[in-house]
Ligand binder design. Structure first.
Ligand SMILES: Cc1cc2nc3c(=O)[nH]c(=O)nc-3n(C[C@H](O)[C@H](O)[C@H](O)COP(=O)(O)OP(=O)(O)OC[C@H]3O[C@@H](n4cnc5c(N)ncnc54)[C@H](O)[C@@H]3O)c2cc1C
Length: 239
């Protein structure tokens, strides 16, 4: 993955999250600031290509600064009437290389008085942009269990019981295409080229696909908004 930012006009609605390509070769683009009076804002971009890493990752560390020429050739064809990706990348403030690395799920996050949470428990591919939010969910759920059971082994067990299985499944699901499965469907059906998307991938099918992903990843808005708080306001740990 190569990541960076660029100051430019945001795409489409102004807050759109844009994904192009397939999950093995894609660009993801979204704004990360409000627009300035001139209509430009800071835009985050992520350029990804799946490579053979059978011999392991050959570079050290994370956020290795790279030159545009190192990777822009992978995206030469990403030129449209409404967006020229190589031209956008040429204006970028910076570009960093990051490997996509996760860890196999483990059976339990708890050993004696120690519980893992966040990336220590479930480092996952950022396919669904949910590594950090999942770490926050861990903290809330662990807090709720400590409110209920006190700071006891039972609290850690209840936390493990609720999250380890489902989040481990999410780690494996993120190894697939995640929400970008929609792009793969388009690619398989028409090579990503169409005049009317309704004839290739109708809106009901798109909605159904996204609803399934959101429900699995806990992003379903109505469900989330209707859910009670994980920890009641004013709750206190006993003892
Ligand atoms: C390139 C990239 C893009 C990402 N994009 C997204 C995204 O869009 N959305 C999203 O939700 N998530 C995203 N993530 C994932 C997210 O960053 C992580 O899931 C999240 O930071 C995990 O939080 P954490 O607190 O578990 O671990 P960390 O953030 O890694 O925190 C662990 C901390 O412990 C410190 N530490 C380590 N060892 C010791 C020690 N011995 N003593 C004291 N301190 C120590 C480290 O310095 C670090 O500060 C992305 C990750 C990467 C790499």
């Amino acid at each position: 993955m190569w990541r960076g930012t660029v100051r430019t006009k945001p795409l489409r609605t102004g807050s759109s999250f844009v994904g192009l390509g397939t999950h093995r070769h894609r660009m993801v683009i979204y704004p990360i600031s409000s627009p300035d009076p001139d209509g430009t804002c800071l835009v985050n971009w992520i350029a990804e290509v799946t490579m053979d890493s059978a011999e392991g990752w050959q570079h050290d560390g994370w956020f290795r600064p790279v030159e545009l020429a190192h990777f822009v050739h992978h995206f030469e064809d990403f030129r449209y009437e409404w967006l020229d990706v190589p031209a956008m990348l040429a204006q970028a403030d910076c570009a960093y290389e990051n490997p996509m690395i996760d860890r196999d799920p483990v059976d339990t996050w708890v050993q004696g008085p120690v519980a893992l949470m966040g990336d220590a428990a479930h480092a996952m591919y950022p396919t669904g942009s949910n590594g950090a939010s999942q770490a926050i969910v861990d903290a809330r759920v662990l807090g709720a269990k400590i409110v209920r059971h006190g700071a006891t082994p039972a609290a850690l067990e209840a936390y493990d019981e609720q999250l380890c299985g489902p989040v481990s499944e999410l780690v494996l699901r993120n190894r697939g295409a995640g929400p970008f499965g929609l792009l793969n469907m388009l690619d398989e059906r028409c090579g990503g080229v169409f005049d009317d998307i309704e004839t290739v991938l109708p809106v009901e099918e798109r909605r159904e696909f996204m609803a399934k992903y959101k429900a699995a990843a806990g992003f379903a808005m109505e469900q989330l908004n209707a859910a009670p708080p994980t920890i009641e306001e004013g709750a206190q740990v006993r003892g």
